[in-house]
Design a protein around this ligand. Structure first.
Ligand SMILES: [Zn+2]
Length: 426
């Protein structure tokens, strides 16, 4: 299915931003505006998960309204999108109206074995996968045995068919070409190899999905709010291999030409940015980076920095999170790594100045008082701020100019300009 200019297409670079309380869309867009001014063309994509909606008590129309208002306020004339993040057939319906970007989460179906005959039929239709494949950018050609292809198909075909079902459901309601489709396989236990990615992409193309971004799982830990934990050299090879396979598959299976990788939990992965930037600059590839909670953390930093009631509330959020950390951390077990011994006692934190609190919380790896355990705990604590209701919202409103400045600076200085090369330089 060749993509025509009439279809809604992501530009080469796009940047997923979350706005849990719905107050920072303009500050976030301002970061994209600074990027454009510096020659980095990218599309903002606002995303909010079903879990975040249920904790805050919002619905998909709320980020849409906030984004549209920011677009008008800043006179943004370029593309922007609203992402129904990690949806499946049971959750997608409430997003159909407000969203034009859908992240189809099929992780639960991975490993659910496909039927023998389905696997054999599928493999028979993909004889090309059994040949020696020279893929530009891979250190060695891929050459899979029939057993290997069937083994991968057995593991992934159910997930691929699930993606097809979700896609067709959305297409029926929105119309073909009226939305961007991403498939996510990141929330699973094992990273996909280049062979697996190839089978997955062949399968998704066969389902007729005009896939624009794919979120694979990578090796190493992508903990929320903090840097990557893992082998950087390995990541560099893995990222380059995934780029190579994506490019080859988009050419050979008629997937959209600008098909690109999507990096989930991509915020605060400072050590990965030079690697990704070099690779996309070298290959001319596109990239979608989805941030996770980095804006919310600025919404605690701002009130803390402003002192008084704002600092009191920041300390309270920490104390509550500390008291309920087992409950708060449980849903995030795979994506946080808190060292309990590194968490200061709430009584100690209550004695901190605003500056001291900010030095512990802000992601500045060069600051000796920066505390990744405290930062991850606050990351999962937005439920507590939501429960505070009016008191938190008032503190946020009082610190608004400071928060807005921090939100913009965090996205632009620590993220966008480190990740994306200027668009004119291929
Ligand atoms: Zn994800």
């Amino acid at each position: 299915m060749p993509s025509s200019h009439l279809e809604l297409q992501l530009p080469r670079f796009s940047f997923g931003i979350g706005d849990r309380f719905g107050h920072q869309a303009a500050a976030q867009l301002r970061a994209c505006q600074l990027a454009f001014n510096a020659g980095i063309e990218l599309a903002p994509v606002w995303n909010k998960s079903t879990r975040a909606h249920s904790i805050i008590g919002s619905g998909p129309e709320q980020p849409r309204q906030a984004a549209d208002a920011a677009i008008r306020q800043l006179d943004w004339t370029h593309a922007y999108f609203l992402d129904a993040d990690h949806i499946n057939l049971s959750t997608v319906d409430r997003y159909l109206e407000s969203c034009d970007f859908f992240t189809l989460d099929v992780a639960d179906a991975i490993g659910r074995p496909a039927e023998r005959t389905v696997i054999e039929d599928w493999t028979a239709r993909h004889q090309e996968l059994l040949t020696r494949l020279e893929i530009a950018g891979l250190p060695e050609p891929l050459h899979m045995s029939r057993e290997r292809v069937e083994q991968i198909a057995r593991h992934y075909l159910t997930a691929i068919q699930t993606a097809g079902n979700i896609y067709r459901h959305i297409e029926q309601h929105k119309g073909r070409g009226r939305f961007v489709t991403e498939v996510s396989m990141d929330e699973t236990d094992t990273a996909q190899s280049p062979e697996e990615l190839l089978v997955i992409l062949a399968g998704l193309a066969g389902e007729g999905i005009p896939l624009q971004t794919l979120a694979p799982k990578f090796h190493g830990r992508f903990n929320k709010g903090v840097d990557y934990e893992g082998d950087l050299n390995f990541f560099a090879r893995e990222f380059a291999a995934d780029l190579a396979v994506i490019t080859w598959a988009s050419e050979h299976y008629g997937l959209p030409r600008q098909l690109k990788l999507s990096i989930h939990s991509g915020s605060d992965k400072f050590s990965l940015y030079p690697v990704m930037r070099t690779a996309i600059q070298r290959t001319g590839a596109g990239l979608h980076v989805k941030t996770a909670g980095t804006t919310w953390l600025e919404e605690v930093i701002g009130p803390a920095e402003s002192g008084g009631e704002g600092l009191r509330i920041a300390c309270e959020i920490y104390a509550e999170a500390h008291a309920h950390r087992a409950e708060l951390c449980a849903p995030y077990a795979a994506v946080i790594d808190i060292a309990p011994a590194r968490l200061p006692a709430p009584a100690e934190v209550r004695g901190w100045s605003g500056e001291r609190f900010v030095r512990a919380l802000r992601h500045d790896p060069n600051c000796s008082e920066y505390n990744p355990s405290l930062r991850q705990l606050i990351h999962v604590a937005f439920k507590i701020a939501a429960r505070m209701g009016r008191r938190y919202l008032d503190a946020m409103a009082a610190a608004e100019p400071l928060i807005a400045r921090n939100v913009t600076e965090n996205l632009w200085v620590r993220h966008i300009q480190k990740i994306f090369p200027p668009t004119s330089l291929k």
